[in-house]
Write a protein that binds this ligand. Sequence first.
Ligand code: SAM
Length: 248
Amino acid sequence: MLKSCVITNEIQNFTFDAIGVVESPYQEKFAIPRQPNLVSAAKGKVILVGEANNHELVRGIEQFSHLWLIFVFHGTQGQGWKPLVRPPRLGGNMKTGVLATRSTFRPNPIGMSVVKLDKVVTEKQQTVLHLSGLDLLNGTPIIDIKPYVPYSDAIIGADAGFAQQQPETTLTVEFSNKAQTDLAQYTQKYSELALFIEQVLKQDPRPAYKQGKVDNKTYGMSLYDLNIQWQLTTLDTVLVLNITQINK
Ligand code: SAM
């Protein structure tokens, strides 16, 4: 006979401590790609904290090229959730069950991203994982890290409904003369800055209902400590107007 499953308080409520914190170039939600690895030039770090800041926890991890980061959507967790959401992939106007999406507004605000592990560095008692392809806000708390195991995690031929294909990126990104001069000032500090900006803008960070439409608004996005202004000049061209340092 199967024992019936009763949910007791003991197995209903959990408390986890963060094991790390993300240092990411994305300072606000706007312009963060909707999934990891769409912007390979997005470089960041996980800084291990508390009892997890011990290099023994990551011994052997460099054998794995990619890792799963399990994290808390700390930037939106206070905003609650609803059973139905409007995924941007469906143009933002069709409702789908929240558990059938990767929405940030979920019953438990937990996210998971596969990212590339570039290297692990322990210096002065601080262990840091260097990563690329992030889709995470700066300061994101990490509650677990696991190796990505292709034989089990990558399922060839799996069905993914409305998210079967990677979103198309048809936009061409151009830099104005002013933006090119600005870039030259910051490339020593951020070596792949032009590529990073290009990859981010190719995703068309505008709201879902504006995708595929021209608008004449000037947008600003924060990457690292920089504010980047840009505009769509045609249906398929984005022009970077200027890059300025954000005064802290
Ligand atoms: N790959 C993860 C997943 O599937 O669970 C995240 C997918 S979610 C659609 C990606 C979006 O989450 C990003 O575009 C960004 O707007 C948002 N995001 C990233 N980090 C966040 C954080 N710490 N708090 C709130 N929102 C965050």
